[in-house]
Design a protein around this ligand. Sequence first.
Ligand code: ARG
Length: 486
Amino acid sequence: MYRSRLVNDLSDITLDYVSSINDDSEIALYDILGSQAHVLMLYENKIITKNDVKKILYSLEELKNEKFDTLSSAEDIHELIETLVIKKAGMVSGGKMHTARSRNDQVVLDIRMKIRDDINILCNCLLDTIEAFVSLAKNHQKTIMPLYTHLQQAQVGVFSHYLIAHADVLFRDLDRLYTTFVHVNESPLGAGPVGGTSIPIDRHSTASMLGFDGIVENSLDATSSRDFVAEYVSMIAILMTNLSKIAEDFVIWSTSEFSFIELADEFTSPSSVMPQKKNPDILELTRGKTAEIIGNLTAILTTIKGLASGYGRDLQQIKSSIWSTSKISISALLIIKSILLTLRVNEKQMKKATESSYLIALDIAENLVKKGIPFRTTHKIAGSLVQIAHESKKPLNKINIEEISKVIKGTKIEPKLIQSIIQNTTITSSLKERKSFGSSGYEEQKRMINDRIKKINSYRITTTKRQNDIIKAFENLSNKVQFIIK
Ligand code: ARG
């Protein structure tokens, strides 16, 4: 339809090469809504007549319910929709729909509308997943487990502390996406191909009809920048990296060696040959799909980095990377949430693991510090005690007074003091005494959980408001359309 100065048509193979029609199914509805707002604005500013706008709006309304023929000769959804409107409304009216805009502002409008919806969906999914972490944490404030560094047992902790750590990471993901929305929710419509238009349009009016908070002012910036896409996909790449880490913990913890958790059957896969197998394939795929999203981010950044200012067709290629990023991350969050809600936690095994090593060594050293001994000295004493216990294969509290005397030889420390401390320092006493802000001590759990619940509720309110603002704008737009076509 656009080949006004071009004599020959594209061959089938070239058309297939340049066409984005398959990727465009994700933005077809946004394109129709954008066109409706655009022609309403043209009418309200006396650029087209009531008869024109009526015919165009009617045709666009019909197209909302039609399945598009992706085998048409149109290069993309914008060309296809315009062709169909002209067919329905006639050239005299339909031919005016594309006045004072370009596919360049049109496509980026559609992408922004799609991403802002996806961000709202993702924020809700994130809140659900965070809520699942927090509700599990509520039930496991007394579930003792080892905390690891270097995947070696480090300190004794409680499971809720672990779960809140991940909830907090996801809160930051939520916050990042929440901020990205601000950069996305600006309208580029009316920027034209690159430099604006001589037709007296009102860009602010279309922006508000489509529920945008403002406009991307500079028409060159509006049509050719995709930094907001890179920002969105970066945020998701970080989010997926975080989910991937959780997946890795759960893969390790569900091994028979660890047995800290058991995944519900519906989140595991069998083996085609070994009948006993219950494999954590779904979690492994979270790791694998994270790699795919990092690949999407790389594709987007490398597309943008070398592009001269002004729209370049390379930009067409990034659309599929955006769609796949949204689709994967939404599913990943839904699945992690469901895994959490169906997880069997093997509390006995977690506790047993803490008892089989010397996890309270630091707590012993700190209890000696409380008696006025320098930490560097208590570190040495606790370390030597662990060494003796390890060599003689007995628990720390079974070390006798002779062995203790050897450890503190040359100091003024009473062996009896050490003995009483190693006998009275237990996993439970340690967790009771661990009171530092944000620690895995018992008392901190309740405070942190209550705080996170409040945070979830306040994010829910603001996210819902954002969604409702868009819904309200679309309702108003639809009312305007209905009023004209009735
Ligand atoms: N299909 C194109 C895309 O997805 C639309 C914009 C085409 N603009 C142009 N001047 N060729 O980016």
